[in-house]
Design a protein around this ligand. Structure first.
Ligand code: MN
Ligand code: MN
Length: 380
């Protein structure tokens, strides 16, 4: 017997319109664009740093979720600033894994895994972190300057403002239960916050011991920090790419992060990603981004520092660096396996007569196409 969606909803007694069967995926806006050739491609850039955001004692955050940025259903992002000692409180996320790129300053992270390990480690500019979905964590600015990092989450429905924070939970719990839970008198909890703190103004923590005393550390086998800028970059004539998938950064099982530089006039070659959506945050430069959306549709937008780009899985795209400054950007993909298909490499590796019949380009020309992926091409 075949169980239809209606049977499933009725059997569950829910009567929900559009309830999903296990394993079924809801149609995203990008899916609907592909299904409806008359639909134009919607905006795919977002000015995250122009958002008011959420301000707390120890810092502030601005976010881009599917609520503000309709196309970005596969990934969400946050730009966060912490004062020295500013503590993004102990919390977890039920909906998404968290990845971050350190832009400025220094930050201490703690991450608590379900085996009871607790990693405490410091990060500086160019370092990244990854927390699997549901793992408890905290972030703290180490000063002396303000700390800035870009967070990316592997669901566009994620909101930084709707996370599971310990002050929120404990503030909602009766003193009697707290007393029993921690085996300590009720008076212990008389002055705890009554609602979510979000970013507390804490004390700048002491340096971590370079040689911890035996038995004082309880750390798992996998670190949650990766030094992306310390990696030797993939060098191309027009720029560089550093990339950390689950191959380079094993704990990052659901996410690939990258850092790219584009010289003025360079072209990030025409390509697409078969298995992941892409989210970009621009640190510097001016870039013209073009998205190819099938059925005679493409859309071009220009972005600069503090702006975000979202590229749905499978959509063709390329980036033109407009100068005068070098463009620098942080990129995230919602898969731990990195896949990229390049148009130029494809046409160079398919039998040339197919390309000639398909495009009219002479076989002698096609035979000269480079068979390696072009990556980033220099200004001509
Ligand atoms: Mn978090
Ligand atoms: Mn791409």
């Amino acid at each position: 017997m075949t169980v239809t969606r209606r049977d499933f909803a009725a059997a569950a007694g829910l009567g929900l319109v559009g309830a999903l069967l296990p394993g079924e995926r809801r149609m995203t806006l990008a899916d609907r664009i592909m299904a409806e050739p008359a639909e134009p491609i919607p905006p795919f850039t977002f000015k995250i740093e122009q958002q008011v955001g959420k301000i707390a004692a120890g810092g502030y955050a601005r976010e881009a979720t599917v609520k503000e940025f309709a196309l970005s259903e596969g990934l969400a992002g946050v730009s966060m600033y912490l004062k020295p000692g500013g503590l993004r409180e102990l919390h977890w996320h039920a909906l998404a894994a968290e990845w971050a790129f350190m832009d400025r300053g220094r930050c201490r992270i703690t991450v608590f895994d379900p085996d009871g390990h607790n990693e405490v480690v410091d990060l500086g500019p160019g370092d990244i972190w990854y927390f699997p979905r549901g793992y408890g964590h905290s972030l703290q600015g180490l000063g002396p300057e303000e700390t800035h990092f870009v967070l990316i989450f592997d669901s566009g429905h994620f909101s930084e403002y709707g996370t599971f924070s310990i002050t929120d939970w404990m503030g909602l719990t009766t003193p009697n239960v707290l007393s029993q839970n921690f085996s300590t008198p009720q008076a212990t909890f008389a002055n705890i916050p009554k609602k979510e703190v979000y970013i507390a103004q804490g004390r700048v923590p002491a340096p971590l011991p370079s040689d911890p005393a035996p038995g004082t550390e309880r750390v798992g086998s996998e670190t949650h920090r990766y030094r992306l800028m310390a990696q030797a970059p993939h060098e191309f004539p027009g720029g560089t790419i550093r990339l950390a998938s689950s191959v380079e950064f094993p704990v990052s099982r659901t996410f690939t992060g990258a850092y790219m530089t584009l010289k003025p006039g360079a072209l990030r070659a025409m390509h697409w990603h078969p298995n992941a959506d892409e989210w970009q945050y621009y640190l510097s430069g001016r870039v013209r981004v073009t998205l190819f959306g099938s059925s005679g549709r493409s859309r071009t937008e220009e972005v600069g520092p503090g702006e975000v780009v979202y590229i749905p899985r499978g959509f063709g795209h390329h980036l033109e660096s407009l100068g005068p400054d070098e463009a620098r950007l942080v990129l995230g993909f919602n898969s731990g396996i990195y896949q990229e298909s390049s148009l130029a490499q494809w046409l160079a590796t398919v039998p040339p007569e197919i390309v000639t019949d398909n495009t009219g380009i002479p076989e002698s020309t096609v035979a000269g196409f480079s068979r390696s992926t072009p990556g980033i091409i220099a200004s001509r």
